[in-house]
Design a protein around this ligand. Structure first.
Ligand code: GZL
Length: 328
């Protein structure tokens, strides 16, 4: 039974709250929304493009189940039109709250206005939108992708601090137009621009998938004989690129140094094996925080405008120590 609780949301919560990464076993805190009525959440997921996404889906589904939510879940296969269709169907079904990870940053205002008109609160998780009207959603829960890009760049500057030679970098970008791709690129460029020896000689999307990462890296290798570094916006593209590098008779991690983002198990394994040199963590375990925020929003409680997950980084030595305890 869907019990509509009109959200008496107090606008203008601006504090950003730094919270520790959720964990898969993280029990949700607080009581359910609206007494014993089930909260019905409509969730539109980007797709199943990477190990990160699979872990994120599991975290959302497990947390919704343990919180006693009725979860309506859809996989958009990385297509914005499928997400818009799913959000519209959730509006039709009069769910209590809508949450989604927008595959790209732009093009959401119309459907978000429809949700607002239907008085259904929306939570952004994982990826952000570029809507100017921030009243269209109640909060954003996820990582600071610019910071992730900066961490990648900072490691590279340190790694080559004693070198005077040019450092030729190729970049495998995430999905074109997505917040992580835009921001990881910007953060990295911001840091390396301090030294002109760092040159991004090729940059192209690998759409966050292993297969595309391999395909684009093969093309990079054919047209650029002197690649020193690969910066891949996620582990999956980096792992695909490793196959291409080895196929070209080069040694990943040595002939070409590799920096990736996420820290999923296969990525941390490659880091421990010396095929990747540095990984910036991006936690997919957003489920426990999402259900807590959803309960508050449905109950009309104030929530921070932005909830940023705390994340770390891993060197090859650290990877060997943490590998057995990685949850995804
Ligand atoms: C980042 C997330 C990205 C991951 C990729 O929060 O949106 O999408 O870095 C995933 O692995 O495909």
């Amino acid at each position: 039974m869907l019990k509509k609780i009109s959200a008496l949301f107090l606008a203008g919560a601006t504090a950003s709250v730094m919270v520790a990464c959720g964990n898969a076993a993280g029990a949700d805190s607080g009581s359910g929304g609206g007494g014993d009525d089930k909260i019905t959440m409509g969730f539109s997921q980007v797709g199943a493009e990477s190990a990160w996404r699979t872990a994120n889906t599991k975290s959302v589904q497990d947390s919704a189940k343990s919180a006693g939510f009725e979860l309506k879940f859809s996989d958009a296969q990385q297509k914005q039109e499928n997400q818009i269709k799913a959000i519209r169907s959730y509006i039709q079904q009069k769910v209590d709250v809508i949450a989604f990870s927008p595959v790209v940053e732009s093009g959401w205002d119309t459907v978000l206005k429809e949700a607002q008109a239907a008085k259904i609160p929306v939570i952004l998780t994982d990826r952000a939108v570029d809507s100017q009207d921030t009243s269209l959603y109640k909060t954003f829960l996820g990582s600071d992708f610019v910071e992730e890009g900066k961490k990648a760049g900072t490691w590279l500057v340190e790694e080559y601090k004693d070198s005077k030679d040019p450092v030729n970098i190729v970049e495998l970008q995430g999905t074109t137009g997505s917040a992580p791709a835009n921001d990881r690129k910007a953060g990295f460029a911001e840091v390396i621009k301090a030294d002109p020896k760092f040159k991004v000689i090729a940059s192209q999307t690998g759409d966050f998938t292993r297969a595309k990462g391999k395909e684009v890296m093969e093309a990079f290798l054919k047209s650029n004989p002197d690649i020193d570094v690969l910066y891949a916006h996620n582990d999956d593209m980096g792992l695909g690129a490793i196959e291409a590098i080895e196929g070209a008779g080069k040694v990943p991690g040595k002939d070409i140094k590799i920096i990736t983002v996420d820290a999923v198990k296969d990525g941390v394994q490659a880091l421990a094996d010396g095929k990747i040199n540095y990984i910036v963590e991006c936690s997919p375990l957003l489920g426990p925080q999402l259900v807590d925020l959803a309960k508050k929003v449905v109950n009309g409680e104030e929530v921070p405008a932005r909830v940023v997950t705390e994340e770390t980084t891993f060197t090859q030595e650290q990877a060997k120590k943490v590998l057995s305890s990685r949850q995804y």
